[in-house]
Design a protein around this ligand. Structure first.
Ligand code: UD1
Length: 429
């Protein structure tokens, strides 16, 4: 298993191009199941989750080609992926595949909408709480699906097709909103989705569906109205930049010190995170498509955060912000309101000498002047990158084990940091 070795202390200077968003690429790829025509996606990040989803979609009969690099393309330019679901050869998504990545459960909606049936294993994914799918199934039932659960599989049927309905989410759910959208676009009649997630990745999916011929209004708001159409066509779409990757490198720069410009990014998609970073004392300036973060000399101030659905502080940046606060001056309170049990990084951060106490859904972080490098273990996707952030500012060497979690969500992490002067290397094995 690969490991990552980091020697802390180097300041970061340079430019980091931000990749396409994993959390947008996955539902966009799944949307290819809705049409027999070709969906071309640009700026798809090269990540293990994307590779896994290609296998899952291939199993359903989606023909996938990846366009080669053109002369002059940068090393870190994303892939162009063409997906053609000419005919769906299998409406079963098996346990072996779905258990490795939760988002693959979302295939249930397009399979059901297009084929009238789907059999999809209950999901796995990051161990950050129980993460049920009750709201996703409720949404499908509201559109007329019959749902049964048998032997760890969800059997969804709508032999006469789905019909428009009203879906009122009791809780904001990104996966639930993706599911409702992908089901409603091919349903007979009009659907209303209330308390829809406003995360930018939901908007990105909706915009791509509109290019494919779907009728959706209220995009980026919490009420979506979808009028079903008989069929969808192919389209061309560029995946939105990864706001979580951008926020991660912004925090890393504040932690290590230095001056880094993030490019190919949409700063307004992570405004709440950038605001908290400024509160902590980093200098943050933005243009329409770049973010510059610097911290020279001064220490960081302790700042409290509470995770919230968009546009609030994202849960996917909570672990990284906690890493930053381990060296701040004073005590910060970090409250997680989206997922239970999303504090697995606390015990690993303690290995650097961080002082963190848990009180229910809140972590109380007492900033320390010095962190010390240590052997640590990646436990889930975002938790693992919080260890990278701590290691960049820790004295001495850190060895991060189980980095396959990082490879699920961060494209070329080592080279992006190396080019800014960090001492980071991957040890294959
Ligand atoms: C997506 C993101 C993930 C992010 C999360 C919240 C992807 C691939 N993953 O995950 O990175 O952390 O949004 O922004 O895009 N819930 C239920 N019942 C359900 C569905 C969800 O109770 O049927 C709960 C969850 O347990 C959680 C909350 O709702 O407490 C939000 O989950 P949700 O927004 O659905 O997360 P995901 O779509 O799985």
């Amino acid at each position: 298993m690969d490991r990552i070795r980091i020697v802390g202390g180097a300041k970061l200077h340079g430019t980091i191009p931000v990749s396409g968003a994993k959390n947008a690429a996955l539902p966009l790829m799944i949307a290819s199941l809705l049409t027999p025509e070709t969906l071309t996606l640009e700026n798809v990040p090269r990540l293990s989750d994307v590779r896994m989803l290609k296998r899952i979609l291939g199993n359903h009969g989606v023909d996938i080609t990846v366009a080669g690099k053109r002369l002059g393309d940068r090393e870190d330019d994303g892939e162009t992926v063409k997906l053609t679901a000419g005919s769906i050869v299998d409406t079963v998504a098996p346990y072996e595949l779905v258990s490795q990545m939760r988002a693959s459960f979302w295939v249930v909606a397009p399979l059901l909408a297009r084929m009238g049936e789907a059999k999809v294993s209950l999901p796995g994914g990051c161990a950050i709480g129980t993460r049920p799918v009750d709201l996703l199934l409720m949404a499908l039932e509201k559109l007329g699906a019959e749902i049964e659960i048998e032997g760890g599989y969800v059997l969804a049927r709508a032999p006469k097709g789905l019909k428009g309905g009203e879906i009122d989410f009791a809780k904001v759910t990104v996966g639930g909103t993706h599911t409702a959208l992908m089901a409603a676009v091919l349903a007979h009649g009009t659907s209303i989705i209330r308390n829809a997630a406003r995360e930018p990745e939901v908007g990105d999916l909706a915009r791509c569906l509109v290019k494919m011929g779907a009728k959706i209004s209220g995009i980026d708001t919490s009420v979506l109205e979808v009028t079903g159409v008989g069929s969808l066509k192919g389209a061309h779409h560029r995946v939105l930049p990864d706001r979580i990757e951008a926020g991660t490198y912004a925090f890393a720069t504040a932690m290590a010190g230095g001056d880094v410009t993030l490019t190919d990014v949409q700063p307004h998609l992570l405004q709440s995170a950038l605001d908290r970073l400024s509160d902590a004392g980093a200098t943050v300036t933005t243009t329409e498509n770049s973010i510059r973060v610097s911290r020279n000399g001064n220490g960081l101030a302790a700042v409290n955060i509470e995770t919230e659905a968009f546009p609030g502080f994202p849960t996917d940046l909570q672990a990284q912000f906690m890493a930053l606060m381990t060296k701040a001056q004073g005590t910060s309170r970090i409250t997680e309101t989206i997922f239970e049990n999303r504090f697995m990084h606390v015990s690993e951060l303690a290995r650097f000498g961080a002082k963190i106490r848990l009180d229910g859904d809140t972590a109380i972080v007492e900033g320390m002047p010095v962190l010390k490098g240590a052997p640590v273990m990646a436990t889930d996707l975002r938790a693992s990158v919080s260890l990278v952030i701590a290691a960049l500012a820790a004295e001495g060497e850190t060895m991060i084990n189980r980095v396959y979690h990082l490879d699920r969500g961060f494209e070329q992490l080592e080279s992006k940091l190396q080019r800014c002067g960090a001492e980071v290397e991957r040890i294959r094995g």
